[in-house]
Design a protein around this ligand. Structure first.
Ligand code: WQD
Length: 345
């Protein structure tokens, strides 16, 4: 069993992954500034797994905070970190257009500081949260990892830069074990209904918007574009259940710890595309709620279709998604129905 640092461990994907890692017997130090997350999520992680974790509250850009994790300074947690899963970061496309300096600072600068702290402590194993956003308007679908990296907004540029930094580091010095995991569209929730996505303010993404309409927090969903070159005219995405994604992290981590040092780059998606209207229909069925929606114009920056080619993850990790769109909707609804106001309720 390993001692793991989980940055951003209280967030949506981080919290679900923490449950699996605790259940697998690993020891966790969660590092989070709670900018976009809640300490309540960590209480529930402990409740679901029946295990305790260690929390260090702080910002990656504060060297004192990282020092506490890696074993220096007066409040050191004891160091001895075997590997890091780095979820912490900002992920709102629109906000990144308005505040590019912030995105470069947190997503690139924060990652650099983390890597410096890891190198100084002799920890060279990292699983990094990357994104399918790197592929921009994809030249081919399904998208393999070899597709061109051509982000179209500052958020995507910051993820591309952090990926490049990891490649440069791996090339500079043997011994680094790094996985860059490119997520497609993470949705759904823990099947218990105790953990889920809890965006602050107006959700940017389709799934939490949909669940909030169904629970009555918002009056209607706007469907961005009905004239896309897709079967029903609405955008097609590769939705991946957050528990499948969490399992992908565990598999990647275990591979890094078992194999020779390497740089691994993997898409994590289902390989299946679903349109906005298909998702709405599946959600209505799972929740037995009507979801009022209105067709409006396209959202700037959207692609018609993004779907993963996940075959490399199957080959390298033996991992593939296990959960269907119906599972995603059932679990997402269980979370939203039990927690209409998210963790604040
Ligand atoms: C999905 C589909 C929309 C909202 C974004 C980021 C990406 C990644 C995941 C992290 C599209 C449509 C949406 C709404 C709608 N994040 N839609 N009404 O754009 O595929 O990806 O989140 O890395 O970087 O760009 O996800 O959930 O916003 O949109 O009709 O209110 O739903 O047009 O077709 P997207 P999304």
């Amino acid at each position: 069993m390993a001692k793991l640092l989980i940055t951003g461990g209280a967030g949506f994907i981080g919290s679900h992954t923490c449950v699996l890692l605790l259940e697998a017997g690993h020891q966790l130090v969660v590092f989070d500034d709670f900018r976009n997350s809640s300490p309540e999520a960590l209480k529930r992680v402990e409740e679901l797994s029946g295990r305790r974790l260690e929390l260090v509250a702080g910002d990656l850009r504060d060297p004192g905070s990282l020092g506490r994790v890696f074993g220096s300074g007066p409040y050191a947690s004891g160091g001895g970190i075997d590997a890091v899963i780095h979820f912490a970061g900002l992920k709102a496309v629109g906000e990144s257009v308005a505040q590019p300096l912030l995105y470069w600072d947190v997503n690139v600068g924060g990652t650099r500081l983390l890597l410096e702290a890891m190198a100084a402590a002799g920890c060279r194993t990292l699983v990094f949260s990357s994104s399918a956003t790197l592929y921009g308007y994809p030249a081919q679908v399904p998208i393999p990892e070899t597709a061109p990296i051509q982000p179209i907004n500052p958020y995507g540029h910051s993820k591309a830069a952090a990926e490049q930094l990891l490649a440069d580091l791996a090339a500079s010095e043997p011994g680094w074990r790094i996985a860059r995991l490119r997520y497609f569209n993470p949705v759904g929730a823990h099947p218990s209904g105790r953990l889920g996505e809890d965006p602050q303010g107006l959700p940017n993404n389709l799934f939490p918007f949909l669940t909030q309409v169904a629970v009555g927090r918002r009056s209607e969903l706007q469907v961005f574009g009905s004239d896309w070159p897709t079967p029903d005219g609405t955008g097609v995405r590769d939705y991946i259940h957050v528990m499948d994604l969490a399992e992908g992290h565990r598999a990647a981590l275990e591979l890094l710890l078992a194999e020779e040092p390497q740089l691994l780059t993997l898409n994590l998606g289902s390989g299946q595309g679903h349109s906005v209207l298909e998702l709405v229909k599946a959600f209505e069925l799972a929740s037995a709620k009507a979801v009022p929606y209105r067709l409006v114009g396209r959202r700037p920056g959207d692609a018609a279709i993004t779907v993963a080619d996940p075959s490399l993850a199957l080959e390298r990790l033996g991992w593939r998604t296990q959960r269907s769109l119906a599972d995603i909707c059932r679990d997402g609804w269980a979370w939203q129905a039990a927690n209409p106001q998210g963790y604040r309720g």
